[in-house]
Design a protein around this ligand. Structure first.
Ligand code: SF4
Ligand code: SF4
Ligand code: FES
Length: 266
């Protein structure tokens, strides 16, 4: 949820003023935020335009780089019936956009113990039986700001192709825009994350180096170093950190540091 303080607070007013001073001569375009008109520089993203207008984004704004999926937004242009969607941090404003953010969608979220679930279509069906209501309209795919073929990963999940659904949905940022528009009330992103969890827990080969690292930890191999570090003051820690051996930019594929005392080697 974006808590947009409509009664603009002192801090957000100052931020808005700073932004306004930063863009004194840029071309302005009119946009409508929750029905109210503002003039904003045409180079801003929707997210920056909200702040430029004086709104304080407490939620619904995370990475600002198209990764966290917190800033799902719907908008429409005059004389068009189409609802457009996008991430506020990635979408540049256009004249006469009517904008509302959907930073959280209250979609169904199943509770499960991934250890006890089998990596099959039956597990998906048990957790999300509504998946079979999909009518194949493709609205989810058209709504996805990450250009994922959402309908395709849903159909793979229906067929029990866990690996396929996990791979196809890998770039999902869980913005919820597909769910907001689905006529069958699917929660595609939660189905997707279930397939990736099932894949990771039951299908993907175990990473040998991680198993080895766990074994080293359980055997206490790093205890001595940890105790030494814990005795150091900040200055000593900074020295150790700054003098650590760093992998060169153009290193060999299997580069290792000279000091291998804390290295996990398969
Ligand atoms: S929007 Fe919903 S019903 Fe339409 S294809 Fe996607 S999952 Fe199926
Ligand atoms: S699949 Fe749905 S939740 Fe994931 S990024 Fe695309 S629209 Fe957002
Ligand atoms: S703020 Fe993270 S995707 Fe937009």
């Amino acid at each position: 949820m974006v808590e947009i303080s409509v009664e603009v607070k002192k801090g957000s007013q100052e931020k808005a003023k700073r932004l306004q001073d930063k863009h004194p001569k840029e071309k302005r375009v009119p946009i409508f935020i929750m029905g109210k008109k503002y003039e904003v520089p045409d180079s801003l993203t929707i997210q920056k335009a909200l702040e430029y207008a004086g709104y304080q984004l407490i939620r619904g704004c995370g990475c600002r780089g198209g990764i966290c999926g917190a800033c799902g937004t719907v908008y429409r242009f005059p004389n068009s019936y189409r609802i457009e969607v996008g991430l506020a941090c990635q979408t540049v404003v256009e004249p006469d956009m009517y904008i509302t953010q959907i930073p959280f969608f209250p979609g169904n979220k199943a509770t499960y113990n991934i250890e006890k679930l089998e990596p099959t279509g039956s597990s998906i069906a048990a957790m999300y039986p509504e998946i079979f209501k999909c009518v194949g309209c493709g609205t989810c795919t058209r709504s996805c700001p990450m250009d994922i073929d959402v309908m395709d990963y849903i159909s793979k999940a229906i067929r029990g192709d866990i690996a396929g659904a996990a791979e196809l949905s890998f770039d999902c940022v869980m913005c919820g825009l597909c769910t907001a528009r689905c006529p069958a009330e699917e929660v595609q992103y939660n189905v997707a994350i279930l397939t990736r969890r099932l894949y990771g827990r039951h299908i993907a080969p175990r990473a040998r180096h991680i198993q080895k690292a766990i074994q080293y930890i359980e055997e206490g191999q790093f205890e001595k170093t940890i105790k030494q570090l814990m005795k150091m003051n900040r200055k000593e820690l900074e020295k150790v950190y700054n003098e650590r051996e760093i992998e060169p930019d153009m290193s060999e594929e299997f580069w290792t540091p000279k000091n291998k005392i804390n290295l996990v080697i398969e």
